[in-house]
Ligand binder design. Structure first.
Ligand code: UDP
Length: 431
């Protein structure tokens, strides 16, 4: 990092994550990649000497006002509405209370306590925009997902994102000093669909925790999970919701059996994660589909797993499927590959970046059962191809890291600070 960047490095950043906390277990409800992103990058910012305070909504009266996520990273629980989880539809009504909580927390500190605001998801952007104006600091915003993109790729039966989000997201895009996109595709969506100034948009790839997600002893991991040593193991990891399309894997697995590609006794399909979003209304829908398809005997559902246990699942699998209808990046794909497991993913959003087609996995266009069964069938029949892709997967995953993401964020912060300084009126001093 050069000297100018050092000079503009913030001392303390207010990170806003209104609707979900980095202290929550990802893989269910509203907790997923955003939580992992915030947790991984804030720890590293702190290791670079940047103090971080994460503001999130208090969802229980048991939560302390302030908790430590890691050395140098505090999580402030802001009271905004009842001490219980609220749906995303209910949260816009609490933004005023949340903003008041953030501004009051700052007012209790010395003036100039925060040098920069980094908001995650549009709800936080709404808060960040006011905080930025009040404190006279830059606002850096990461959208994570975009309503217009999501609405263009809805799963059957999924609910469109409401207008309140589309309008609110547009305001945040207009107001932010810098917008962080996960991929060049997302950067293009910000400029083309939301009219963002290209000079404000920076593409920074997310990372993967290579200490946790690494290759290991597949046989031992299978044994630990009670999986037969020689079985074909397919896995889905993530929040169970229509957008993630876990049903695509289930249908394709049933098709593999119907085609006789694999014997029933030699197939296992794992689903890891909890219900989320519109899936919450029907948490049992996937189980019901398994019954309807007659595959309950080969399917296993596991609750959300923490890091090392999740790594074990990735390693135990022959293939991890990411059939999402949309995915701004897809951390699960990267984590699976870092463990040496090839990924079969839908060719949507950021997944063509997360998966190197033909080198670390396979991209499938569309969600037709036959196409997914074809892609999985080739890998089922060809263990050598799986092994080659597995090696490519580790190489590909290692080209990403949270350290690199954090360095790029620091550079973005420095740029935002420089741009703000340039825009401030110059004070002429007469001598
Ligand atoms: N995750 C987890 N335990 C689980 C399932 C998922 O910790 O049982 C984590 C996973 O490691 C990944 C994140 O949740 O980092 C999901 O991120 P992704 O980008 O794949 O999807 P998102 O949830 O953001 O839509």
């Amino acid at each position: 990092m050069n000297g100018v960047t050092q000079l503009h490095r913030p001392r303390r950043v207010a990170v806003l994550s209104v609707h979900t906390s980095p202290l929550e277990q990802p893989g269910t409800g509203d907790a997923g990649g955003l939580n992992v992103y915030v947790s991984q990058t804030t720890r590293r910012l702190a290791a670079h000497g940047v103090a971080v305070e994460v503001f999130t909504r208090a969802t229980s009266s048991d939560l302390p006002p302030v908790a430590e996520l890691a050395p140098g990273v505090l999580v402030r629980h802001v009271t905004a509405g009842p001490y219980e989880p609220l749906t995303r539809a209910e949260l816009p009504g609490q933004l005023c209370a949340f903003t008041a909580g953030v501004l009051r927390a700052e007012a209790r500190q010395e003036p100039g306590h925060y040098d920069l605001v980094h908001s995650h998801y549009w709800l936080s952007g709404q808060v960040g925009w006011l905080a930025r104006d009040r404190w006279g600091v830059p606002l850096v915003h990461t959208a994570h997902t975009l309503a217009k993109v999501k609405n263009a790729a809805l799963a059957e039966g999924d609910t469109p994102e409401p207008r309140v989000r589309v309008i609110g997201e547009q305001q945040v895009v207009d107001e932010a000093d810098q917008l962080i996109a996960n991929t060049a595709v997302e950067a293009g969506q910000l400029t083309d669909l939301y009219g963002a100034d290209p000079d404000k948009v920076r593409t920074i790839a997310p990372g993967v925790d290579l200490d946790c997600f690494r290759p290991g002893d597949r046989a031992a991991d299978r044994a630990a999970l009670g999986l037969p040593a020689g079985a074909l193991v397919l896995a889905f990891v993530g929040r169970v919701q229509p957008l993630k399309a876990p049903d695509v894997l289930l249908r394709a697995a049933a098709e593999l059996l119907a085609r006789g590609v694999v014997a029933r006794s030699e197939l296992r399909v794992l689903f890891v994660g909890g219900p989320s979003g519109t899936g919450l209304e029907q948490p049992a829908a996937l189980q019901e589909l398994a019954v309807a398809l007659g595959v309950t005997d080969v399917v296993r559902f596991l609750p959300p797993q923490v890091g090392p246990d999740l790594a074990r699942v990735y390693r135990a699998a022959d293939v991890v499927a990411v059939p999402s209808h949309n995915e701004s990046f897809g951390l699960v794909a990267l984590e699976a590959q870092a463990c040496g497991t090839p990924v079969v993913a839908a060719a949507v959003g950021g997944l063509p970046v997360a998966v190197a087609d033909g080198r670390s996995g396979v991209l499938v266009r569309g969600h037709a059962t036959a196409d997914w069964a074809d892609a999985l069938g080739v890998l089922a029949r060809e263990p050598r191809r799986r092994a080659a892709l597995g090696e490519g997967a580790v190489r590909h995953a290692r080209s990403f890291s949270w350290d690199r993401t954090t360095d790029a964020l620091l550079a973005a912060y420095a740029d935002a600070a420089r741009a703000l300084r340039r825009s401030l009126p110059r004070v002429e001093v007469a001598v």
